[in-house]
Design a protein around this ligand. Structure first.
Ligand code: FNR
Length: 183
């Protein structure tokens, strides 16, 4: 049976490259993975005052992650770090204390930028903040996608062959690794 992956997209932008990358990954992933895209438009701010009576949107997000076999973060970099919406989702998913929804889930990180550095600083920050609350993080291959601004056509389809190859190699490796974690 295919392993389900919650693909958490770190941008709310309608024409987000991260969202387009997530959709491209879902198309080219091997049959052993089933990618479900999770957007964060409806997730409210974490507020510790609400922990005893969590809002429905937190519960829905946590359940989506808990039901998945693995997690893949697909995110841009904002100011050399993780966008606020994604950090908020990680905070929501990490609670209650000791019961993180991400616990034990094999986790992948895919970052991108239209610029030259490919979002590497965001990936480093994710790698720094995740270990206490998730499962193992795939370390290699690393994937920092630069120059994504000209990678998609008007319909949002991936047209840049070099990028497609990098994504295909990554998701193939991720699928094999998730399979090993589950074995
Ligand atoms: C950016 N951008 C950006 N890019 C980068 O490579 N490093 C950075 O530190 C930042 N910082 C940053 C901050 C803020 C507030 C914005 C709005 C943008 C540019 C960013 O990579 C670009 O807007 C992407 O297109 C955003 O990702 P999505 O929405 O296309 O997925």
């Amino acid at each position: 049976m295919a392993h389900s992956v919650a693909v958490i997209v770190g941008s709310l932008r309608k024409e987000s490259f991260s969202l387009k990358i997530a959709k491209a990954l879902a198309k080219i992933a091997p049959p052993s993975l089933k990618l479900g895209i999770v957007t964060l438009h409806d997730l409210s701010f974490f507020n510790q005052d609400l922990e005893a009576t969590p809002p429905a949107d937190w519960l829905k997000f946590r359940e989506t992650v808990q039901k998945s076999d693995a997690v893949l973060f697909v995110s841009p970099e904002y100011n050399r770090s993780v966008p606020g919406v994604l950090k908020n989702a990680i905070d929501v998913g990490s609670r209650p204390y000791g019961k993180s929804s991400f616990l034990g889930k094999p986790t992948g990180i895919v970052v991108s930028s239209p610029g030259p550095l490919g979002g590497v600083a965001a990936a480093m920050h994710l790698k720094a903040l995740l270990p206490g609350i998730c499962g193992p993080i795939l370390q290699q291959p690393e994937i920092y996608l630069n120059g994504v601004g000209d990678a998609f056509d008007d319909k949002g389809e991936l047209t840049k062959e070099s990028l497609e190859k990098v994504l295909r190699d990554y998701i193939t490796a991720f699928a094999a690794w998730v399979g090993k974690q589950a074995a």
